[in-house]
Design a protein. Sequence first.
Lengths: 251, 222
Amino acid sequence: MQQDIPSASIVSLRDVQKSFGSLKVLDGVSFTVERGEVLAIIGRSGSGKSTALRCIDRFERVDHGEIIVCGHRVDSPDVNLRALRQDVGIVFQSYNLFPHLTIEQNITLAPCSVKRMALSQAKDLARKVLAQVGLEEKLHAYPEQLSGGQQQRAAIARSLAMQPKVMLFDEVTSALDPELTVEVQKVIERLAADGMTMVMVTHEMGFAKSIADRIVFMHRGKVHETGPASILTSPTTPELAQFVGTADLKS
Amino acid sequence: MGGHLNINHLLFLGHGALWTIGLSLIALGGGGVAGFVIALARVSSLKSVRLLSAIYVQLIQGTPLLVILFLGYFGLAAVGFQLSPLAAAGASLTLYVAAYLGEIWRGCIESVPKPQWEAAEGLALSRTQRMMKVILPQAIRIATPPTVGFMVQIIKNTSLASVVGFVELMRSGQIVNNSLFEPFAIYAIIAVVYFAMCYPISLYSQRLERRMGRGKFNLAPA
């Protein structure tokens, strides 16, 4: 139906609107993410950035507008959610590893249940993705035995095991101290270098500047300013200037 | 009349105590299976299923067990379904336990943090897979102490089955008393036996609760 979307776009939002009750959280948000691109969404708390991210994986339903992700019409009521979520990986601020399963079982669960992968093959895969995040030795540990940074890396590995076409990161370092933040950021940088398409909501301006191909600055439910990472050093709108200024002061 | 309490009376009471345990196990087994279905129905994605199960729970919780027993035994008999005392007591207790366990377990399922659902959803697990592999294993851990605690309620409530003539501990006490007329001594014995059955379970439930309280998940490394 919609041929006007560039075929290279993995994620495309057009005029997306979303309200919680009387509160308009997204007020006509549009952006696209191309294959291999890293997009960072920044903005104040309450600007709608996490909601925008969650709409991509259909954790929130939009009221209006169009979202296409890896060819799935996410805004349509009859989108195949399981197919969508096989193409999209999501990592949360609170890691959300399954506490009753070992790290290995956390990782093999979805490939075995969803993709019907043989357990032995899934275990090989678990070792491979854990190596990617530098946690091979934690294969048989339980989540509670890991530090926050290690849990988040394991959560990234769990997501990678489904071989998603795009990964969403929702403030994944916000619960971590600076040292652990760096170890998680290194993992994400390596993924970016490997060409993974990523959309991340982040409060770490330095990290956004160094890793993002493009920045989306959200303000009051709208994309207020967008452009390459350089807009963080030379913003054109006073709101972004002020936001970057206060963000610098904080760090 | 009647003479003194002797070994035969005690054996009779012991037999009644065994049936109290038996009826409790029937209630726990039947109520457990039905309660599991109720719990799942209460968190179903279908509104009609949620509504029906909620009505069931409210109906049972708003009705005295004694009335359910009377309905099952005398009521059904009057409309042509004569159940044996055991069947009537077992069925009534099953209905009763199912409503309470269903509610307890619904609470346990819902107390698994919502992000766990989302993480499982984000990994493309189906609703059934999310429930079976992610939510229920965690809910069962949470559910163990209150479920064991509820066992005490079941055991005590089986005493109501005495009114439909089922000879469990309470009824056997009444029968012995009818011949001896020593209500204080006999009902004191009955009380002690109930206490001896319930107290260890209470203790065990408390211990489980303390153990769960220490850490959310005390799992040994595999």
